[in-house]
Design a protein around this ligand. Sequence first.
Ligand SMILES: [Zn+2]
Ligand SMILES: [Zn+2]
Length: 294
Amino acid sequence: MFEFAIARAHAWVDMISKPRMLAVIALLCVLLLIDIAWRGWRLSWSRRMVEGALATLALFHFNFFFVPLVWLCSEKVKQLYALAGIPSIPAEFWTPVSVWLLVPFAVLAHDLANYCNHRLMHLPWLWPVHAIHHSDPDVNGLTAYRIHILEGLVMWVSYTLLLTWLGLPDNAIGIGAVFIALLNVYVHINVDWHHGPFSLLIASPRFHRWHHADVPEAHGKNLANVCPLWDWLFGTYYCPGKCDERMGAAGVPENDVVKLILWPWQEWTRMITARCKALAGHVARLQFGAIKRP
Ligand SMILES: [Zn+2]
Ligand SMILES: [Zn+2]
């Protein structure tokens, strides 16, 4: 375990010094400075905001420490995928295409996979996992990194199943990943910016704030991370104007990290218990009916 911890500490240094992470950290710092200049120190960093930011950072580091377990599981899925013998487009097919055309294509393909994945995460049995992302009562740039480790696993599996066959080159995927990471931080910032005539092409903070709004009409809406066109096509687009609704997810712990990590298992236990009780009641009613009938 000690060696594992040392290895993860080295991996942390590697991760922090990667260009994608440096770009994200620089963007977060700039956004923080703008926010403080705009709202003032006290409003920008209320006690709840500080608690929320610390909870998100704690979750991020918990996930980072245990992410090798996710990789282990996703490797198994990749092996199963390879065994299934699903044909994929050969790498040479993409060679004549410019990387600057491949990047937007890779981003759109990733976003469609993410849309499907996100739609699944809003179904009752996966919601306890995804609810951790929605638990933040003060949505801001850091919220992008508030996810449960099991959500990371679901994402890796869905990308393997939905995108492997495309055989896209690594450089296009890598450049696209930097863009997606920066946009993911941008859409979470606490402003009412929208993109006017380009609103369906590229996600805005207003579009994603509606996704985090805790009101029934917005639940399960605005699921795309990059291109709201997917929501418009599949009937989940909802952006009626400025979003002043409460952020968060009622009933889900807000900033208690231990409760958030345990939340999916706690909810699944509650759901299974409720189903078992309902089934037992149903069987008892059938038996009672059978006894009563002559
Ligand atoms: Zn969601
Ligand atoms: Zn979000």
